[in-house]
Structure formats: C-alpha cells, structure tokens
Design a protein around this ligand. Structure first.
Ligand code: TRP
Length: 332
C-alpha cells in the first residue's frame, strides 16, 4: 500500500455530531499511518446552502482545530481549507463539460436537498458532485473514506474520471470509496432508523461534539429504546438498542459483541447512562484540546497556510496536465 493517496473532506456547516466523529474523523486517524492523506474543510460545498458568513468562517477554524485535537497530524497530513486552493473551482469547470445534467438531476442528495431547500435550488447545489469529483481527482486519490450517504458521489467521481480518461487519455486515478462498516452509520437517538444528522431539528436526536457532559448524558437518557428489556444487537427488531450498542462500542473501543456481553441482564436505564458517560468522558479531552488550539491563532493559521501550500502544489500539477489534455493554452 506504499504511496497510496487518501482524500476526504467535511463541510464546516452545522454542528458536528458523534456520527461525524465515529464515521469520518476517527477513521481518518488510522489512514494517516499508512497513506499520504489530504483532508479538507469543504467550505465551497457548504455555501450550496445558505450560510451565515461569520459563522462559516468560525466553523471552518473550529473544524480544523477539531481535526488536530482528534489526532490528525498536520505534519504528516495535508490539512487545508478548500477555498484556499483555486484549482478546485478550475477543475470543476472542466469536469462540468464531461458531466451530464441528467446525471446530476438523478443524484439522491440533490433531490433531498432540493426538497429541503426548495427556495434555493441553486446551480451550485446541482453541481455539488462535480466539485467533489474535482476535490478527489485533483489529488489523484486512490481511496476516499466517506459515510454511506456519500457513496453515490464517489461513484459519479469514478464515472467522470473514467470518461475523461477515455476521451483525453490517462489523466486521473480512478478512486475507490472506503466505507468502514463499524460505526459507518450512527442513527438518530430519536429515530434510530434515520442517520444522526448535523441538521436535525429535534435537539435530542443528535449528540454534538460541542455538547457538555450534562447535555450528553441527558440526551442518552432520553434516547428511544425498543419494546422488551434485553440489551441485544438486532437492528431490525431493536433499532434503538442496536444503535446505542454501536455508539457504545465505538466510544469504548470494544466490539458490539463485547458490549452485548457487558450489559447482559442489565436494564435499559443503566445501559443508557453508561453509554452517555462513556461518550462524554471520551469527548472531554478532545473538546479541551480543540479549545486550546482555537485560542492559538498563530499556530492554527500556520498549519492551514502550510496545508494550503502543499495542496496547491499537488493540485497545480494535476490541473496543468488537465489543461494540456483539453488543449488550453498555457503560455510558451
Ligand atoms: N460531500 C461530503 C459530505 O458532505 C464532503 C466532501 C466534499 C467530500 N468534498 C469531498 C468527501 C471529497 C470526500 C471527498 O460529507
């Protein structure tokens, strides 16, 4: 696996949940040991729905600090803000010309978001997957660790890469999505069949990475459970308890089977309290470290400047190749 490249990004919009933590950031930690990694704050994706500008800027820094607090090593990985690397927009433009309107109209997330933001179905929202393809292809990524909901976007990225390569000759690495089975899907605490979401309107549905211990414990106490009293992993029959077991296992660093054994014969109340406390205690040091980094503006600014510079160099190389292939004049 020497020399393989990993690319992923998170949008600095909404409050990150423990689902993002388990499903994305934590998985990335393992990757940085093995691969050359690029991790971005996807602020250009974020503005496809309305954002409060000051808040977007603040969340971008918070997200960067969080990555580092979680253990992403900014020396080893390239951690950067998407909008600081102009090649993303430039490559997206070229890729737009090998992407069909019909394909974009059929994307599940576009359809969902169009319903949710019916008053703002802008071109960016529709073009979102092409910008994501540009992100990934600029860095010639081999692997793209994402949550289940992003697999369709990685699929279309592959289609676009293959199409471009066929038309213009070998240019892009065709990437693969990496979907981690365990913890890939953390459900809402109120409707466990639904994904835990940054934008859920019910404040008890999602546990945010910024929640304090009281809030976390309270939310787990209020989590919906299932009929019966057994603590057993059975997603169809017991979606609530199974979701809590998944969360517990992820935060306690255990397997679901080990978690089941640990709580065999115990009541729902005791179990929910243990899950809440485990999550809160695991998050506390990360939260403290994030706060410390956020205060150190010089350090954080330096990390992002270095990241943008490294990303820029890699992106420039690919874009120049693309411009050559499509016949853009690049000077003498
Ligand atoms: N669309 C992704 C999400 O909302 C974020 C993202 C943007 C991304 N660009 C990417 C993920 C490139 C992986 C690769 O989760």
């Amino acid at each position: 696996m020497e020399g393989k490249i990993v690319y992923s990004a998170i949008q600095p919009s909404g409050n990150l949940t423990i689902g993002n933590y388990v499903g994305s950031i934590r998985n990335w930690l393992a990757m940085q040991e093995e691969y050359e990694c690029f991790f971005a704050m996807a602020n250009m994706h974020a503005i496809t729905v309305r954002q409060e500008p000051a808040e977007l800027r603040r969340r971008t820094l918070e997200l960067a600090a969080l990555y580092i607090a979680c253990g992403i090593d900014p020396e080893r990985c390239t951690l950067y803000v998407q909008s600081q690397v102009p090649q993303h927009a430039e490559l997206a433009w070229v890729l737009n010309t090998v992407t069909y309107v019909g394909e974009m109209e059929r994307m599940t997330q576009f359809k969902d978001k169009s319903q949710k933001h019916a008053d703002n179905i802008n071109m960016g929202l529709m073009d979102y997957p092409v910008l994501m393809a540009a992100d990934i292809l600029l860095y010639q990524a081999d692997f793209v660790p994402v949550g289940q909901d992003q697999t369709q976007h990685v699929e279309i990225t592959r289609d676009i890469a293959i199409r471009f390569n066929n038309r213009f000759g070998e240019t892009f690495t065709v990437p693969k999505a990496l979907i981690l089975k365990q913890g890939a899907k953390i459900g809402s605490l109120q409707e466990p069949a639904k994904k835990m979401s940054k934008s859920d309107e019910n404040p008890n549905a999602s546990v945010y990475l910024t929640d304090d211990k009281d809030a976390i414990v309270r939310k787990f106490k209020r989590a919906v459970t299932d009929s019966g009293s057994e603590i057993r992993y059975a997603p169809d029959e017991k979606p609530g308890i199974s979701n809590l077991l998944t969360i517990y296992a992820a935060f306690a660093g255990k397997t679901v089977e080990e978690a089941e054994k640990e709580f065999a014969g115990k009541g729902y109340g005791e179990f929910k309290l243990a899950v809440g406390e485990t999550v809160a205690d695991k998050l506390a040091p990360v939260q403290a470290e994030q706060a410390r980094i956020l205060k150190d503006k010089g350090y954080l600014g330096g990390v992002l400047a270095l990241g943008a510079e490294r990303a820029f160099k890699a992106a420039r190389k690919t874009l120049s190749k693309v411009y050559r292939k499509v016949g853009f004049y690049q000077g003498e």
